[in-house]
Structures are given as structure tokens and as C-alpha cells.
Design a protein around this ligand. Structure first.
Ligand SMILES: NC(=O)c1ccc[n+]([C@@H]2O[C@H](COP(=O)([O-])OP(=O)(O)OC[C@H]3O[C@@H](n4cnc5c(N)ncnc54)[C@H](OP(=O)(O)O)[C@@H]3O)[C@@H](O)[C@H]2O)c1
Length: 248
């Protein structure tokens, strides 16, 4: 336990489960005031009970909600220093041509438009108040086509990586440093097919991950914290792949 983020206000969208919750926990352990955001009030409350901090409900696909989320964080905690845009959905896997318009649209609305809306309002605050750091959660699948039936998700995550690079250049001179983390298969509900056990998942992914296992949420969180920290002050528009060598 250190104090790399003492005195800092950190927002984590999708902070009520999986990678987001572990990231929120890691920031809190490093002294930050952490605000977790998501749609499910009960899961948010359970997270706050466990790690402390605060919670704001938000649907990242809703522009007014996202504006209110950032306003609420600033009003309650006096600012916003770090934001982790982690909220995302997988959608229903299907071959690309068999996806329906609603399903494809929902994945893009959450993962792409949602990430952009959050970034838009976070940057607006940060550039007017001395800067900040933003880390978007993309995925290694944005850079490869090896997992079947993932066209919508892969397209959305490639877009998050592209958004990160371009936004990073747009806003670094304003003091807002933007990067991404691209996890590979990580030990959360999202990486598990319906009814799949840990052993089933390990068997399915066998051969795809040179390290021979899925990632731990703490391993993704460590990458996020480094990118958000002063140690990464010269790192801008980077997409840090944390995938056990899957895309090496
Ligand atoms: N697990 C993996 O293998 C893996 C690999 C690469 C990338 N990722 C990415 O990592 C991020 C976290 O995934 P995870 O594995 O931790 O999945 P998870 O446990 O399902 O977490 C997703 C989080 O996003 C929130 N969320 C979803 N839609 C939302 C919306 N419209 N508005 C606000 N919050 C929303 C969920 O909360 P509510 O449902 O309560 O809103 C939840 O807290 C995602 O962006 C995912 O694509 C995961």
C-alpha cells in the first residue's frame, strides 16, 4: 500500500465489478478518493461498502447522465484528477453477418460512444482546472481477429484504441494525458461463456495465451495505475497491452 494517488479524485466507470472494481480498489489503496460509476445502484453500494469512496449512477450511453456524473464528482469532491473509462459490454456473440442491428448498435453505443462521452466531459473539466489523466479500457481483440463471433466487440474496441490515440494528441497541450490499456482474457464474468467454469474457460483458451492462463484483474489495474501516475508523465496516446503474450 502506497500513496501515489493521495489527495487525488479518481473516477472509474464500470467500477462495480470485474476490472473496474479491482482498479478502484487499487486506487483507493494508493490514497485516492475513488468514485465508482455504473447503472446498478446496489452493486455500486456494495463496492463502496467494500473499498470506501463514493458512487454515482450513470448510463454511459446517455449524454445527460454522463454530464451529470462528472458534475456530481466535482461538486462532491472538489475536482477530478484521474478518470478510467472502463464501462463496457461484450454483446451477444455471432458471426459478423448474422449480428442484428440492435445488438451491433448497443455494443458501439456503450463501448465507443459511451467512452467518448465520458472523455468529452472529463476533458472539459480537466483542461479548465490544471489538467489530469485519462485511461480508456480497450481490448487486445481490437488488434486481432482470432476470436470467432466477436465482430461488434472487436470493432468497438479498435475504435476505443483509435479514439485514445487521436484524443491524446488533441488534448495533451491542454494538460490532459490520455492513454489506454488493452487487456486480453481477464478473470471476470465477461470472459466466461454462460455456464462455463474456470476449467472450461482455461480449456477453451488453451493455446491462445502463451503465458498459459487468463489475466488477473489486479494485473490490469496495475497497468492502469501506472499510466495514470506521474511515472508515466511522458507516455501519451499509448495502448498498453496486458494479455499474457496473446498478441505478441
Ligand atoms: N474481462 C476480459 O476478459 C476483458 C478483456 C479485455 C477488455 N475488457 C474490458 O474491460 C472492461 C471491464 O470489463 P469486465 O471484464 O470487468 O466486465 P464486467 O465485470 O461485466 O464489468 C463491466 C462494467 O461496466 C458497467 N457498464 C456496462 N454498461 C454500462 C453502461 N451503459 N453504463 C454504465 N456502466 C456500464 C457494468 O456495470 P452495470 O451493469 O451496473 O452498469 C460493469 O460495472 C470492459 O470495457 C471490457 O470490454 C475485458
Amino acid at each position: 500500500m502506497g500513496a501515489r494517488f493521495a489527495g487525488k479524485v479518481v473516477l472509474v466507470t464500470g467500477g462495480s465489478s470485474g476490472i473496474g472494481r479491482e482498479t478502484a480498489r487499487a486506487f483507493a489503496a494508493e490514497g485516492a478518493t475513488v468514485v465508482v460509476a455504473g447503472r446498478d445502484e446496489q452493486r455500486l453500494a456494495a463496492t463502496v461498502k467494500e473499498i470506501g469512496g463514493d458512487a454515482v449512477t450513470v448510463d454511459v450511453t446517455n449524454p445527460a447522465d454522463v454530464a451529470r456524473m462528472v458534475e456530481t464528482v466535482v461538486a462532491r469532491h472538489g475536482g477530478l484528477d484521474v478518470a478510467v473509462n472502463n464501462a463496457g459490454i461484450l454483446g451477444s456473440p455471432a458471426p459478423a453477418a448474422d449480428l442484428d442491428e440492435d445488438g451491433f448498435g448497443a455494443v458501439l453505443a456503450t463501448n465507443v460512444t459511451g467512452t467518448w462521452l465520458c472523455l468529452k466531459h472529463e476533458v472539459a473539466h480537466m483542461r479548465a482546472h490544471g489538467g489530469g489523466a485519462i485511461v480508456n479500457i480497450a481490448s487486445n481483440i481490437g488488434a486481432h481477429g482470432r476470436l470467432p463471433n466477436m465482430a461488434a466487440y472487436a470493432a468497438s474496441k479498435a475504435a476505443v484504441s483509435a479514439l485514445t490515440r487521436t484524443a491524446a494528441r488533441d488534448h495533451i497541450a491542454e494538460g490532459v494525458r490520455i492513454n489506454a490499456v488493452s487487456p486480453g482474457a481477464t478473470d471476470t464474468e465477461m470472459s466466461r461463456r454462460p455456464g462455463e467454469t474456470d476449467a472450461d474457460r482455461a480449456e477453451r483458451l488453451k493455446g491462445a495465451i502463451p503465458l498459459g492462463r487468463v489475466g488477473a484483474t489486479a494485473e490490469v489495474a496495475a497497468a492502469v495505475l501506472w499510466l495514470a501516475s506521474g511515472e508515466a508523465a511522458f507516455t501519451v496516446g499509448h495502448d498498453l497491452v496486458v494479455d499474457g503474450g496473446a498478441t505478441a
